[in-house]
Write a protein that binds this ligand. Structure first.
Ligand SMILES: C=CC1=C(C)c2cc3[nH]c(cc4nc(cc5[nH]c(cc1n2)c(C)c5CCC(=O)O)C(CCC(=O)O)=C4C)c(C)c3C=C
Ligand SMILES: [Fe+2]
Length: 487
């Protein structure tokens, strides 16, 4: 990573660059060259930057933007900021220590959201499954998205409700995310950066759309978008970023608002050290702490996300785990460790190995002490409180593991929040408007429509409607699916 000090601001800056040509690519490369505005003035300066990190050469010899699951991402250098734009873009020179009263900074925390009550479970699930980044149907079958979401949410709701009932009747996510927002605001205040912090949930209240409305009402002039997922996945940060991209494109004020998106932050030292602190502390609760296996359990994604759509999630997860282990080794902690993926839904292949299968194997192989570490999320939620603490613990004990422990989620741990505050400060200077996306996306949409064969389209509509009708109305099919343990 190449970084430069930005004049007065003494900030480490990351990359700023976008390119016109769009190609699908799976693997990241890492060369990057960029220049940062070093002037002390607050005028906008135009820059052309070159970068080949997270990008690939196209046939015209140009360098293209990352395209992950159809989401066009700005190439990265070190900590990446997502933004959409063109090869030459406008960069705001920004001095965090000298911003005036006219500059109103906003930080938008993105999260998944969770049902507040058991009645909320089914509509929450509907919102989740209606997201084309969660159930990825081929483009011509997208009209089935909502009927399918309805069907799956109705079928899954009873099992899901049971889970939420066992953790107190709803998700703790809203409360914890609000606490994190307040803590982040305070941490930024102590660093003399005054911001409004907003919470935007993808599938439940407060919805991202509501947060964006408030940002407009507050006349925010510079925005940092921070997904509360350390690793990037199409299904999480990607989905929220896509939603924002759509909202911003349609709105005159938002399209011109300078925005920085912190796409992933799993390799920040502050985050890695905070995770290592939690693990180190929890290990001391075991009598035989050196013999404890550290068991990282990450939320899974369907394997096609990674292998077909280029989701960097698995790579980032593996990288994250090895960075945490490296830090622990540095502290003299030499325990063995493993990584597995939990929470799969539906009868498709998810990232392997699966947490439940590994637990059974470890028990059978004589592992006696195990410390579970949830690694894909920074708040307690149903998958830590119910799935890990209840289901997996029971399975592990039945499989021969005798001593079980679990590391708490980071929540409002001060070193973690302080690191998020630093990430926000570092992101501020690279804010640039999303306005340049509008034209290219409209063009792309109209050229897609131009290629549609009307006959083929009619056949697909007919077949799709028939399928939806059968799925929705067949009671036998519904009862079959109700008996399916994966739903
Ligand atoms: C990094 C974290 C997460 C990834 C990746 C992810 C992908 C993903 N999830 C589902 C399906 C469900 N997720 C549900 C809840 C849920 N998922 C995450 C995190 C990730 N999901 C969180 C934080 C939560 C909220 C938990 C809460 O406390 O409310 C649910 C609902 C709960 C349940 O019924 O199990 C579903 C369903 C898919 C299909 C997917 C990737 C495609
Ligand atoms: Fe999930």
């Amino acid at each position: 990573m190449e970084a430069a000090n930005c004049g007065l601001s003494q900030l480490k800056l990351s990359n700023l660059h976008t390119h016109n040509n769009i190609t699908r690519q799976k693997h990241a490369s890492s060369c990057c060259k960029f220049t940062i505005g070093s002037s002390k003035d607050t005028k906008r300066t135009k820059k052309t930057l070159t970068c080949c990190s997270h990008s690939s050469s196209n046939k015209d010899g140009g360098v293209s933007k990352s395209n992950i699951g159809g989401l066009v991402l700005k190439p990265q250098a070190g900590r990446a900021y997502y933004s959409a734009g063109v090869r030459t873009y406008e960069e705001n020179s920004f001095d965090v220590n000298a911003h005036t009263n006219e500059e109103k900074i906003g930080v938008l925390l993105l999260n998944l959201g969770g049902p507040d009550t058991l009645q909320d479970v089914e509509p929450f699930l509907f919102n989740l499954f209606a997201d084309p980044d969660i159930i990825r149907l081929p483009r011509s079958f997208r009209f089935l998205q909502r009927p399918l979401a309805k069907l799956i949410s109705v079928l899954r709701a009873p099992k899901s409700q049971e889970g939420y009932a066992s953790i107190g009747g709803g998700s703790p996510l809203r409360k914890i995310t609000n606490e994190q927002a307040n803590a982040l605001k305070d941490a930024l205040e102590t660093k003399n950066v005054h911001v409004n912090v907003y919470v935007g949930m993808r599938y439940w209240y407060p919805f991202t759309e509501e947060a964006v409305e408030q940002i407009k009402k507050d006349n925010i002039t510079r925005l940092v978008i921070l997904p509360l997922y350390p690793q990037f996945s199409i299904s999480t940060s990607g989905s929220s970023i896509r939603l924002l991209q759509n909202i911003f494109r349609e709105d005159h004020y938002l399209a011109r608002l300078p925005v920085s998106i912190i796409e992933a932050w799993y390799d920040r030292t502050g985050y890695i050290n905070s995770m290592a602190d939690l693990i180190e502390k929890e290990l001391t609760t075991f009598t035989n702490s050196e013999e404890v296996m550290i068991f990282f359990s990450a939320h899974g994604v369907p394997v096609t996300y990674v292998e077909d759509a280029g989701d960097p999630y698995r790579d980032q997860m593996e990288d994250c785990v090895s960075l945490i282990m490296k830090e622990l080794k540095h502290r003299g902690i030499k325990n063995t460790h493993t990584l597995a993926y939990q929470s799969r839904v539906g009868p498709i292949q998810w990232l392997k190995p699966y947490t439940d299968e590994v637990l059974v194997e470890l028990g059978q192989n004589g592992v006696k002490s195990l410390l579970a570490v949830p690694v894909s999320f920074v708040s307690e939620h149903i998958e830590t409180l119910e799935e890990i603490d209840m289901e997996y613990k029971e399975l592990a004990l039945e499989s021969g593991i005798e001593n079980w422990g679990r590391v708490p989620a980071l929540g409002c741990k001060s070193s973690f929040i302080a690191d998020l505050a630093d990430a926000v400060i570092e992101a501020l200077p690279s804010a640039s408007s999303m306005s340049t996306t509008a034209a290219s996306t409209t063009k792309k949409k109209s050229s897609e429509n131009a290629n549609i064969d009307p006959l083929q389209y009619a056949a697909k509509i007919f077949f799709g409607s028939f399928l939806a009708f059968i799925l929705l109305l067949s009671p036998k099919l519904i009862s079959f699916f109700r008996g399916n343990p994966m739903l």
